[in-house]
Design a protein around this ligand. Sequence first.
Ligand code: BT5
Length: 250
Amino acid sequence: MTTPVWRRLEFSEIGSTNALGVERARLGEPAGLVIRSDFQSAGRGRRDRTWEAPSRSSLLTSILLRPQIPSEQIFLVTLALALAAREAMVVLTGVRPDVKWPNDLLVGGKKIAGILAEFVPHPAAGDAVVIGIGINLTFTGPPDAQGTSLRDQSGVTVSPEAMLDMLLRSFSPRLALTESVDGRDQLLAEYEVALVTKGVRVRLELPDESFEAEALGVDARGRLRVRRDDGTETILDVADVSHVRPAGSA
Ligand code: BT5
């Protein structure tokens, strides 16, 4: 996979950019499709949660890729998008968010962007991953969510189009890094620097237990390494953890 030529599809309203991306991926659409909408009537979060944003208050976009890398490395593509979003925010507004494992972007503990990756197997066209991101430009999130926006943090109002341009510009070189061993090391190193979920106490919610532990960092497969209070280490996969929060919070 060399970096695809981006083909943009823009809407004023859609159900979900990810849903359309998944539909197109199933139909065999080649890599490089970028879907953006001003508004989503059914924006998806992870695990049946929703993503909300008034029209043009956010960048709402999904990118269809067919990464030709081992399946256990595909998480790096998502991580590359998180890091690209971080850089785009720095360049356009000076705001430098932290990454909360696995892929939330936070400023001062408040969520400024969320990422949703969906895997679409396709033996003929090559397995696809549709990675969607919502970046709060002027909207600070629903009242019950601890959210913030780039405008709140910097006073700068960025348009969805300008954010998408910068995001793709930052994403392409990082996507290329996923293809080599050295590149993957470089991405993981950048991720470790951005990761706020490291060296801190976190509360983890798993399907059958929740506990507090010290987050140690990530392993080469992007899984979170934690040390429990009895001294044992546990490695957690994204799929197993529904929430990771600072210890002590609700
Ligand atoms: C995510 O889910 O953070 C992934 C969000 C991905 C959204 C993009 S937008 C373009 C593309 N198309 C889609 O349909 N989706 C993707 P999760 O970690 O489950 O977080 C969802 C939770 O964040 C919700 O339950 C709310 O509490 C909160 N939330 C919803 N909208 C928010 C916003 N605009 N800002 C901050 N928090 C928000």
